[in-house]
Design a protein around this ligand. Sequence first.
Ligand code: PSV
Ligand code: MN
Length: 424
Amino acid sequence: MLVNASLLQQHNESLLATHQLKLAANKAELENAEKVIGLLSDFQVAIPSWALGTGGTRFGRFSGGGEPRDLEEKMADVALLHQLNRSSGAISLHIPWDIPGNPEKVRTLAEQYGLRFDAVNSNTFQDQPGQKLSYKFGSLQHVDKAVRQQAIEHNIEVIKHGVELGSESLTVWLSDGSCFPGQLNFRKAFQRTLEGLQEIYAALPADWKMFVEYKAFEPNFYSMTVGDWGQSLLYAQKLGPKAFTLVDLGHHLPNANIEQIVSLLLMEGKLGGFHFNDSKYGDDDLTVGSINPYQLFLIFNELVEGMNARGMNHARDLGWMIDASHNVKDPLEDLLQSVEAIKIAYAQALLVDADALNAAQEMNDVVQCQEILQNAYRTDVRTLVAEASLRSGGALQPLQVYREAKVRKHLIRERGEKTVATGL
Ligand code: PSV
Ligand code: MN
């Protein structure tokens, strides 16, 4: 469902006077306010098709009502988010959770909603009903060539689905690894994985990218065959110019300096994409910016600095995606919060005085360096984010409209209380 246009308009009108006062104050204080609003309007973050239903843990899942029952309903949910914030104009599909049965129909629907298809994601971390060989002991790393072949073929199949929908990248996340010392020969596991990735890489269309996503642990708890950015970069370098590292914020060991990783990957031209989420302990699923917004800002600061250094287009040259799971929140509300947090961190990073920071760094003026960063971080940019949304036809306060329109109640009425979306 989409929100009634007059309700959206009423909402914006009711907040407009206060909004304009705040905007005038922002513009008086920030000389690049207009530029920030323009960049925010261009910025789009893909919504993962697997995050539109309620998530769970191995201990249980508490289903929310009105979850999307198929891909079409998932697209309708993303379209609603995009209507409200104008920054969720893309969807990232996970295969086989969301196989587009009728690609032509799905593509037409996406066009109607103004959505595009971002990276397609393969899945060799679960066994599917009727699947011939098991991934219990890994997929591309497996000792049995037939299992490796099955995983390669699956990835090639995923590329084909992506081509039909107009995607331009494949994200490969492997759960491969080992649970106990001695279980695996690390070198053999690496080599086999590399050979598999090479075959998949060879099947990529000319204008496609391959993202190699790393994760420190889970589901394997002793070693992961793509366990950190070093291993991912190694694969990406060996594969070739179409292969890149994908950084998922929740996939690091505690206290890892993710901003430094981002900076160096950009320097090497090997940062491809992002999965946004937040985490407190060892999870990769919490709402973006809910635990450590300063870290998110520092990451965006390196992203902006590094992309500018390479003359990259902020909105288009990297794959921006959310990857989270919502166990206790309405997924759509959680996603609105996540996109908002991303835009806030991006806007704050755009406020960093790069020349002054560079000068302070060259003078070893540590105190001034911190002042410059924190001055940007402590600026309230929410009005700039709201203005970008308003100018693009969205809501000043997307979450508020979502609640005013009682979207979840309508979705429950339409889809039922007990629906379960595909995903984890
Ligand atoms: C693995 O934890 C991961 O981050 C990968 O991106 C998967 O595709 C996704 O989560 C599955 O939920
Ligand atoms: Mn991920």
